[in-house]
Design a protein around this ligand. Structure first.
Ligand code: Y12
Ligand code: CO
Length: 173
């Protein structure tokens, strides 16, 4: 399965994703293909809607201290629900669907989620630091939201101007 990452301002990114109900070979193939495209694009997180599958699926592979992303560090999170959230933190985020743009975004500091794995088993995960931020970023995708929608009016304006210029330059090449 070859997947293409949708990029802003593609309207399909605004779709609200639905829960996965069948945990079969087809789902496993999608998860494997998502992992391939995420790693090939130098990503650390990806939601299924970013490859045009409006399903409540996200994958993450947070680089270790050597910047490596070994397969055993891959996390597959299906039908996530935030159970607890605490504090606030700010991090400069980027997104494979908004290439070349990074901005500070405020999120909850720590979260606790329930989710299902690729076989439908329910799990609980307590997340902090980059993992917590990445899960919240990817869960926003499942609601059809991008991190740029959390920027202040002034920062969003600046982004639209820079992004438009970048797209124009890309099209002129
Ligand atoms: C903290 C904040 C946000 C996340 C969500 C996951 N984000 C990513 O994986 C972003 C990756 C990314 C990679 C890029 O590089 C290439 O496309 C080669 C990129 O593009 C450029 O910089 C040109 C943009 C974003 C997790 C944790
Ligand atoms: Co993203």
């Amino acid at each position: 399965m070859n997947l293409t990452i949708l990029t802003y301002p593609d309207k399909r990114l605004k779709q609200v994703s639905k829960n996965v109900t069948v945990f079969d070979e087809k789902l496993h193939k999608l998860l494997d293909a998502m992992n391939n495209v995420m790693l090939a694009s130098n990503g650390i997180g990806l939601a299924a809607i970013q490859v045009n599958f409006p399903l409540n699926i996200l994958i993450l592979n947070i680089p270790d201290s050597d910047g490596e992303q070994p397969p055993e560090n891959l996390m597959e999170i299906i039908n996530p629900v935030i159970m607890k959230k605490n504090g606030t933190t700010t991090y400069q985020e980027g997104c494979l669907s908004v290439p070349g743009f990074y901005e500070d975004v405020e999120r909850f500091d720590t979260i606790s989620i329930s989710y299902q794995d690729r076989d439908g088993n329910t799990k609980i995960l307590d997340a902090d630091n980059l993992l917590s931020i990445a899960i919240q970023h990817e869960m926003d995708h499942l609601s059809g939201k991008l991190f740029i929608e959390k920027l202040s009016y002034a920062r969003r304006k600046k982004f639209e101007k820079e992004y438009k210029r970048m797209l124009k330059e890309k099209n002129e090449r």
